[in-house]
Design a protein around this ligand. Structure first.
Ligand SMILES: [Zn+2]
Length: 110
């Protein structure tokens, strides 16, 4: 109970699973893992076993649907993503919503 405040990321604390939106810690099953692949892409890690730096978001719709969620994730992963990839990730995260409040992609283009 001594290490706090911003500092170099060299602490040997065990990986803590904390939602990047609400900062709430939760059990493994309560959080969804997003991992940065070796290719530098950000993927939703459904197995929780993918290698690489990971960030977590809990399963609450408020968090999954939070504005800027993808930006928070990529910030945690220290990564820059293009708008297209951010959208792809957001779409994947949307599939995690426990209660889809709308059909996916109801627009057929204008
Ligand atoms: Zn959360």
């Amino acid at each position: 109970m001594s290490a706090d405040g911003p500092g170099p990321d060299v602490m040997r604390a065990p990986p803590q699973r904390r939602c990047v939106v609400c900062q709430q810690t939760a059990g493994k099953r309560g959080l969804n893992r997003v991992v940065r692949s070796t290719e530098g892409r950000v993927l939703l890690d459904r197995t929780g076993k993918a290698a690489g730096r990971g960030a977590y978001v809990c399963g609450k719709p408020a968090c999954l649907g939070a504005a800027g969620l993808t930006q928070r994730l990529t910030h945690s992963l220290r990564l820059r993503m293009g708008d297209i990839e951010l959208r792809a990730l957001a779409t994947e995260l949307n599939t995690l919503m426990p209660d889809p409040s709308g059909p996916a992609m109801a627009g057929s283009g204008r």
